[in-house]
Write a protein that binds this ligand. Structure first.
Ligand code: GLU
Length: 298
């Protein structure tokens, strides 16, 4: 909440946000998230914001964004306007990246996915075990942290696709101590110690994509004055990176509530390609918003 908002509303009401990516139709998992946000906002006298996470301009479309809004209205979810669109705030994310660069925490990384994979396979063929992040992806090799300024400049001038990555060790050294967050969700609760090193040198920016999810979400939660982040347990570990970035950038820490996930019949997390759980399909079948509440167990 900005100072101006505070003056207009006259109090420090909690601020929640629902932040879907419009790269597919909303499904039951999104319904649970949106309904929990709305219920918690109502219970605490707070506001609910809608943020459209459309950084991936190739997969997010205006039609899918409108479908998100239609689904939320149908569900009876009251959200404040205007809706924030990440694609309209790239300069703000750039500013945050530049600050981290000025702190010497970010470096350009040039290895392709294929090159990383080859390196990991070679290492594991020799019997080693390459470290993986909480999503199971191999950590990015760290040797490019050491490139000289001349080597960097040379590659930046010749290599077309690269990424700006956070030197996680340097970032942690700078902080000098653990970062924590307050958690009230369906997984571990209480004061959780962040473990950003589990992600290795995360991408903050790609030469062909304006900002990473981690950077944009951190900047936006602060810019929108979000006090309560309510989202799925699949993002529990990502919070370690968000708390690290918040601390480095001097941004406030929201409270976190990571809720259970709605699983498909195969026991896996629902994805947007699972058409039969799309809210629009359920609506066409004749389901009502209260049926949806019952289906997600609230
Ligand atoms: N945009 C993300 C998604 O649709 C959620 C981001 C968040 O809630 O932090 O999965």
């Amino acid at each position: 909440m900005t100072e101006r908002d505070r003056q207009t509303t006259g109090h420090n009401a909690p601020v929640f946000r629902f932040a879907p990516s419009p790269n597919g139709r909303l499904h039951l998992g999104h319904a649970l998230s949106a309904l929990l946000n709305a219920d918690m906002a109502e219970k605490t006298g707070g506001r609910l914001l809608l943020r459209i996470e459309d950084i991936d301009l190739t997969r997010c479309t205006p039609e899918l964004e409108q479908a998100v809004i239609d689904d939320l209205i149908w569900l009876g979810i009251p959200f404040d306007r205007p809706v924030r669109r990440q694609s309209e705030h790239f300069p703000l994310y750039r500013e945050a990246l530049d600050r981290l660069k000025a702190m010497g925490l970010v470096y350009p990384a040039f290895l392709t996915r294929g090159e990383v994979k080859a390196r990991v396979s070679a290492f594991e063929r020799e019997g080693g075990l390459w470290p993986r992040d909480p999503d199971g992806a191999p950590l990015y090799p760290t040797e490019e942290r050491m490139l000289s300024e001349t080597e960097r400049a040379e590659r930046l001038a010749t290599v077309e696709r690269y990424a700006w990555r956070l030197d996680i060790d340097k970032a942690q050294r700078l902080l000098g101590g653990p970062v924590t967050w307050q958690e009230t969700g369906d997984g571990p609760t209480g004061e959780i110690e962040a473990d950003p090193a589990a992600w290795g040198d995360v991408v903050l920016w790609r030469s062909d994509a304006p900002a990473s999810y981690h950077l944009a979400v951190t900047v936006d939660d602060a810019a929108q004055g979000v006090t309560h982040v309510v989202r799925g347990l699949d993002l529990f570990h990502a919070t370690s990176i968000h708390r690290l970035l918040q601390t480095l950038l001097g941004l406030p820490a929201p409270l976190y509530h990571h809720h259970r996930l709605i699983l498909g019949p195969d026991g896996r997390k629902l994805s947007k390609s699972l058409g039969d759980t799309a809210l629009s399909a359920l609506r066409t079948e004749g389901k009502t918003p209260s049926d949806i509440r019952a289906m997600v167990g609230i």
